[in-house]
Design a protein around this ligand. Structure first.
Ligand code: HEC
Ligand SMILES: [Cu+2]
Length: 344
């Protein structure tokens, strides 16, 4: 039994020796001829000519279709704007930008300003910032991680936006916001104002021709660092914690009180005497949030900038003598914190 090969090893099956036609063919021997009759050969030749034509025409139709479709999708050479794909992409871009605008006005404008001019949150419409800092990848990270991504402040006022991280906006909405924030200002778009529901013309911020002037300070990774630079060249910045008065100890006649809480000053008007230095005793009650007081003249020029410091704490700013007039006092970090200073 053991020397018997296994079934698959017995192949090929031995055939019985061939001896003439095998019985199971029942067709007459004429069906088994290999040659063609001349009549049948002629039919085949004629038939194949027709088939060749049909085949040729079919291939021709496909080839012409592919060529025409290629140009239809990608654009006919020499005819600008004839590309279906480009038109579709542009249309989708327009839709994304106007949706992004609406999302921005509804969710972001209360902190970053309706035009991105800044308020509680940093300015977004600054050209240098748009050109170098606000890249799509960066915006996506900020919206995914939240405001702590910017300066590492765990108490950042800006929440997480992406729903992948527990925020309210889905990835399409994030893409739409990025499309709006990075859109270039050489084209204006139609958008819907979220408060009125009316169709408005919207103007993106980014100037595509902008180049950073040579020698300009690069946009810092953390927006607060920009104010550090701003503090030093300010002509009359005299920020300080010491209560010593200028002029060798002569006490200043006027000390104004000002408090910041919930990203707002407690006063909207201040009054100071003309042509004599005065103090502003400034209390910041917002834990972890930096504020200061800076003073701008009616023309918008900054005449004083107090030290920016995070709450809670207080500083006494020594403001130099100012000529009579109406000034605005404003927080350098939060342009929405502002009031009127009357010097008389
Ligand atoms: C509650 C106020 C608030 C809202 C609402 C808000 N932000 Fe912010 N945003 C901030 C603050 C504050 C920062 C700065 C981060 C920090 O240092 O805490 C910031 C930072 C940013 C930055 C980085 C800016 C930079 O200079 O690096 C971007 C981009 C941004 N926000 C986009 C948005 C978008 C888009 C929305 C709407 C979906 C939005 N923000 C909504 C407060 C807000
Ligand atoms: Cu502030």
């Amino acid at each position: 039994m053991t020397d018997q090969p296994r079934p698959e090893q017995r192949l090929p099956v031995p055939r019985p020796p061939a001896e003439g036609p095998v019985e199971r063919f029942s067709a007459p021997p004429s069906a088994h001829t290999y040659g063609l009759s001349s009549e049948r050969a002629a039919r085949i030749v004629r038939q194949s000519a027709n088939a060749r034509w049909v085949g040729f025409l079919a291939v021709l139709v496909v080839v012409v279709f592919v060529i025409v479709y290629y140009f239809y999708d990608l654009g006919f050479p020499g005819i600008p704007g004839s590309s279906r794909l480009a038109a579709e992409a542009a249309q989708q871009q327009v839709t994304a930008i106007s949706r992004g605008y609406q999302l921005f006005e509804a969710n972001c404008a209360r902190c970053h300003g309706a035009q991105g001019q800044g308020g509680i949150g940093p300015t977004l419409n600054d050209q240098a910032k748009l050109a170098t800092h606000l890249t799509p990848a960066y915006i996506r990270s900020v919206l995914t991680v939240g405001g702590r991504y910017v300066c590492g402040n765990a108490n950042s006022l800006m929440p997480v936006w992406a729903d992948t991280n527990g925020g309210p906006l889905n990835y399409v909405q994030i893409d739409d916001l990025i499309a709006w924030l990075t859109a270039t200002s050489n084209v204006s778009f139609q958008g819907t104002d979220p408060t009125t529901g009316k169709t408005v013309t919207i103007h993106p911020w980014t100037d595509p021709t902008y180049v950073m002037p040579p020698g300009a300070t690069p946009v810092p990774a953390c927006w607060l660092d920009a104010f550090k630079n701003a503090a030093s060249p300010s002509p009359s910045a005299s920020s300080g914690t010491a209560a010593s008065s200028p002029g060798g100890g002569a006490p200043v006649a006027t000390t104004l009180q000002l408090t910041a809480q919930n990203i707002a000053y407690d006063k909207s008007t201040l009054e100071a005497p003309a042509n004599q230095p005065f103090d502003i005793q400034f209390t910041n009650n917002d834990a972890g949030i930096p504020h200061n007081v800076s003073i701008k003249s009616a023309s918008g020029a900054q005449v004083f900038m107090g030290e920016i410091f995070p709450g809670t704490g207080s500083r006494t700013y020594q403001v130099p003598a100012l000529p009579a007039g109406t000034y605005t006092f404003v927080c350098s970090v939060h342009p929405s914190m502002t009031g009127t200073l009357t010097v008389k």
